[in-house]
Design a protein around this ligand. Structure first.
Ligand code: ZN
Length: 237
């Protein structure tokens, strides 16, 4: 462990989904040394944690230029937080729109907690940059995905750590179609294929069917968003 800063490294918040896998590729293109962090917070589906490992392994196997750059992976147990934040993602509740207009998949304060915990790791590991897949274009109403929230966190963490910490959000202002386009730009059809096959986005944890846009139940909000983005990208390409 080191706590001296290094501008050539980045810590990627990596869940194993389409967005964070694209962010990981984005970071590997830019930074000579990249580490990843994921969180266990009582997800119903171990498939997400398996997808993290599969994506990391495939990126090393299929992209020589990234293999030497991808460093350690950290998984942090936040199951205590998961118990507080219980919602449809972490408990057995239906996925629906609640009275306050937010989907029941909203985990209150999730990104605030993730960024705070990740910043402690970044500090210890000497990263000045953290990269996350937050996006306010398709944000499903999640208020902690807005850039304004991320800007406030960047200020708070930099002040609280007394070290400038930059929070990069390469997907913030693009939609899901453009996220596929970004993956294609970063790693061509090889990366698109890797993300399609290896990442996991579906809320129900369904890996039984490989659609043209990837694995999933095909009907939950996350699958609908992913399928629509794929369609937009393929129609535009
Ligand atoms: Zn689904």
């Amino acid at each position: 462990m080191t706590n001296t800063s290094n501008p050539d490294t980045a810590l990627v918040l990596f869940s194993g989904g389409q967005d964070s896998a694209t962010c990981l590729a984005w970071a590997l293109e830019r930074y000579p040394r990249v580490e990843t962090v994921g969180f266990e917070y009582g997800q119903r589906h171990g498939v997400e944690m398996q997808a993290r490992l599969d994506v990391r392994r495939s990126m090393v196997e299929r992209f020589d230029q990234w293999a030497d750059r991808l460093g350690e992976d950290f998984v942090i147990d936040l199951s205590g937080y998961g118990a507080i934040a219980e919602s449809a993602l972490t408990a057995d509740r239906a996925i629906e729109i609640q009275e306050n207009g937010l989907p029941s998949t909203f985990v209150p304060g999730r990104n605030l907690v993730f960024l705070t915990v990740a910043s402690a790791l970044a500090y210890r590991r000497g990263h000045d940059v953290m990269v996350g897949g937050m996006c306010e274009t398709d944000f499903s109403g999640y208020p902690d995905c807005r850039r304004a929230t991320i800007d406030a966190m960047q200020s708070a963490l930099s002040l609280g750590l007394d070290r400038k910490l930059v929070l990069e959000t390469p997907l913030m202002f693009i939609d899901k179609g453009a996220t596929w386009a970004l993956a294609h730009q970063l790693g061509g059809t090889d990366l698109v294929d890797l993300i399609r096959r290896e990442t996991h986005t579906c809320y129900t944890g369904d890996r039984s069917t490989l659609h043209e846009w990837g694995h999933g139940c095909g009907t939950c909000p996350a699958c609908e968003l992913r399928a629509r983005g794929w369609q937009e990208w393929t129609e535009a390409a």
